[in-house]
Design a protein around this ligand. Structure first.
Ligand code: AMP
Length: 284
């Protein structure tokens, strides 16, 4: 596996090899979730590029500085999962010449605006678009673990005719149900145990929605909150139940539900979600 740190060198490689490659964009601190994306890319492409880049445009400064960085371990994991190139540019090299251009978020993602997260996702879209232009891949792999990010990228690619196929990848979990995340490394043993309540709350919502249909979303959310708050280190930051086709609130016309939650566990923001269909019933 080759390590490329300069944007110019990556572009040189891409002119020759880009159209035969799949990319897996990451923030690094790689784990089994990332490995599953890399393996999927490996099975569908002649060449696989994994990017490791902590993107300053999508973090507040303190979180940017605190984000875990382990390039050596990332290289070992990426290589083992089947990557041909690991692209790890510096922030200065990525954002030269007073970088300013922005991609505006589609209106459909109102819930992100309500949470004050528009700036974060604009940063995500900017870096993903730059990676597409630098590496020129045929396919790109993203996790359903980050459903808003995935939907925004799919929308950007469709709206702007970006010639990259977006491949969705399932969320990889620990046996306890806790979704694998780079942030899990920051949890104490006790917090890790408490964090398993997140997936349990999603399962609870799924069971309730499947039983009761589209009614009483508030009741479902408040039950989730109660369950999560039974863990003293866990505090709900956000819960939403939307139709994943539109990201509008889940209603009678929705065939699928996406329950998303962001939970603060001991100061670490963990997110997870569950997407499922509802059985058609006379109640719906
Ligand atoms: P990140 O480094 O957290 O930005 O993640 C890079 C990519 O890996 C994103 O497309 C994520 O959605 C995906 N990802 C992160 N965690 C998981 C997981 N537990 N299972 C599957 N994909 C994941």
């Amino acid at each position: 596996m080759r390590l490329i740190k300069s944007v110019a060198e990556m572009q040189k490689w891409a002119v020759k090899n880009g159209r035969d490659c799949g990319i897996v964009p990451t923030l690094g601190s790689l784990h089994e979730g990332h490995a599953s994306l890399i393996k999927k890319a490996r099975s569908e492409n002649g060449l696989v590029v994994v990017s490791v880049f902590v993107n300053p445009l999508q973090f507040k400064r303190d979180k940017f500085l605190a984000y875990p960085r382990n390039l050596r371990e990332d290289m070992a994991l990426a290589k083992k999962a089947g990557a041909d190139v690991l692209f790890a540019p510096s922030a200065d090299d990525m954002y030269k010449n007073d970088f300013e251009s922005q991609i505006v978020l589609p209106k459909m993602f109102k819930t992100l605006a309500h949470q004050g997260l528009e700036w974060h996702y604009r940063g995500v879209l900017a870096v993903v678009m730059k990676l597409f232009q630098i590496i020129l891949p045929a396919r790109a792999y993203f996790g359903l673990k980050d459903p808003h990010q995935l939907a925004l990228i799919e929308r950007m690619v469709a709206d702007l005719n970006v010639p990259v196929k977006i491949r969705r990848c399932e969320t990889i979990r620990e046996k306890s149900g806790l979704a694998r995340s780079s942030r899990n490394a920051l949890l104490t043993a006790e917090e890790r145990k408490a964090a398993t309540v997140i997936y349990k709350s999603l399962e609870l919502a799924k069971a309730r929605l499947r039983k009761n249909g589209h009614g009483n979303l508030r009741g479902v959310m408040s039950e989730m909150k109660k369950l999560i708050h039974a863990e003293k280190t866990a505090r709900v930051e956000h819960i939403e139940i939307v139709d994943p086709a539109s990201f509008l609130p889940f209603d009678k016309k929705s065939k699928e539900a996406l329950v998303f939650t962001a939970v603060n566990v001991g100061g670490k923001r963990l997110t997870d979600n569950l997407r499922f269909t509802l059985p058609v019933s006379p109640r719906n």
